[in-house]
Design a protein around this ligand. Structure first.
Ligand code: HEC
Length: 120
């Protein structure tokens, strides 16, 4: 009987320790509170990591340019841009030849896509 009581106490305390106690804890899991937009977040990532090849016109064998909002949308929708930047396969991933983008930047592009690929 005593053991049953102790057991229940442990179970209950486990549940409590898993619950969130305030709003700050809850929002911590969200990467960016504001909606991600091309102008505020995405353009800089592409400019810093992609347009050395995906310029207009594209160079170094890159097949398309990524210099505008609509270029990047087109590449997400038809050229697997998210799959390419997420890949850990050096022969497939982008930037071409690596290194892979930091995960938080990849997550931002994914969040942008989920939120509707807004320009601003
Ligand atoms: C050093 C040059 C270079 C850089 C930097 C680079 N790319 Fe590329 N990219 C290429 C080349 C070359 C190809 C074509 C060969 C291939 O598909 O692997 C390509 C292909 C792609 C494709 C597939 C196009 C298609 O039609 O199949 C996507 C999407 C892409 N790049 C996105 C990006 C993104 C996003 C970045 C920046 C994070 C980036 N690339 C950075 C050279 C580059």
């Amino acid at each position: 009987m005593k053991h049953t009581y102790l057991f229940c106490l442990i179970i209950v305390s486990l549940f409590y320790s898993c619950s969130y106690s305030n709003e700050d804890d809850l929002t911590e899991v969200i990467l960016i509170d504001d909606i991600v937009t091309y102008d505020a977040n995405i353009k800089t990532i592409i400019d810093n990591n992609c347009i050395s090849c995906h310029n207009n016109p594209p160079v170094n064998g890159a097949p398309m340019s990524l210099t505008t909002h609509s270029n990047v949308i087109e590449a997400i929708e038809n050229r697997n841009l998210i799959g390419r930047v997420s890949s850990t396969d050096v022969g497939f991933g982008m930037p071409f030849g690596g290194p892979r983008l930091p995960q938080n930047l990849i997550d931002l592009i994914i969040q942008w896509e989920q939120e509707g690929l807004l320009e601003n």
